[in-house]
Design a protein around this ligand. Structure first.
Ligand code: SF4
Length: 310
């Protein structure tokens, strides 16, 4: 089986105590059974403290979050006591993986970096060169790719190339994307719709409040800033890479392409509403969008439904 990743993947580094939106705060952290069993065997004061910090009352063991929703192993310096005491190998599966995601195909697995992590968002959106895919691992076993998967991946390659075509404006690329899906985005107050979804952060509400009732079809002021255009097209390529494979399950290729196009227009509108928006601001909006929308299965499903409503 092969393991494939975007070319920027090996450059990722967690910024740990420098992270302003740590994944160790505000998220429920499931502990996989193997790691839970290993934690039970840990001796001494640290083992006692660790096991007391775990809630086993539900179907899955989780860390008991503190009143401010901090993981109990996150210390006041912003570092993980588990890593400090036992090393990274002692992390449960979710903590070891985050912010990575995977999509499985018959002959390979794809891995990527989720944008809800601010270090990943900065890395992905700041890429100057077009994303390409690289081989990280290969066990030499040759499996066959079913036609349905091969067709989807060929389409995704074409859509990614379309979004990376710098001879066209960003709005032209988004139009081409929607044309390829034979899809017209419903004309509705999208900011109002996003406000009906489950929301995590008051800053997301504040950002949505700045958006107009109708998303503009083009963003001339942004189009004049190559770094922002590149950040937005990198965002779209990331979404295509990550979310188009989901169509192998729900068969909603047009809806998933439209979701990518709508998400870029939302991000562009957030940037346009932010005076003097920089690529770093754009990456922060992308992080928020990812945490609020991409990392909520319910919100993602509601958006895909809404795209078909009109
Ligand atoms: S969100 Fe990303 S950078 Fe921040 S602590 Fe988690 S993995 Fe590290």
């Amino acid at each position: 089986m092969k393991l494939i990743a975007p070319n920027y993947y090996p450059s990722f580094r967690c910024i740990a105590d420098k992270c302003r939106h740590s994944c160790c705060i505000g998220w429920e952290i499931d502990i996989d059974p193997d790691t839970r069993a290993m934690y039970r065997q840990l001796p001494g004061a640290f083992g006692k403290r660790l096991n007391a910090a775990i809630d086993d009352s539900g179907e899955v063991s989780v860390f008991r979050l503190g009143p401010d929703e901090r993981c109990p192993m996150l210390n006041s310096s912003g570092l993980c006591d588990l890593i400090t005491a036992l090393g990274e190998d002692a992390l449960c599966q979710i903590c070891a993986d985050h912010p990575r995601f995977r999509n499985a195909f018959a002959d390979h697995t794809e891995i990527g970096l989720g944008l809800c992590c601010e270090a990943a968002a900065m890395l992905v959106l700041a890429q100057q060169a077009p994303m390409t895919l690289i081989l990280l691992e290969d066990d030499g076993q040759a499996d066959t790719l079913p036609e349905e998967e091969a067709t989807l991946l060929t389409l995704r390659d074409e859509l990614i190339r379309c979004m990376q075509d710098e001879s066209r404006s960003l709005s032209q690329r988004l139009h081409a994307l929607l044309d390829a899906a034979n899809f017209a985005l419903p004309d509705r107050d999208w900011a109002a719709f996003y406000r009906t979804l489950e929301r995590l952060d008051k800053q997301w509400d504040a950002a949505l409040d700045k958006l107009p009732d109708r998303l503009p079809a083009a963003f001339p002021a942004l189009e004049a800033q190559p770094a922002l255009v590149r950040a937005l097209s990198n965002f779209c390529v990331y979404l295509l890479y990550r979310h188009l494979p989901g169509a192998l399950e729900d068969e909603d290729i047009p809806g998933r392409i439209a979701f990518c196009a709508l998400s870029v227009r939302m991000l562009a509108a957030l940037c346009a509403a932010h005076p003097g928006c920089t690529p770093a601001d754009c990456a922060e909006y992308a992080r928020m969008y990812s945490a609020e929308i991409e990392y909520s299965e319910d919100n993602l499903a509601a958006l895909l439904d809404a795209l078909w409503e009109e």
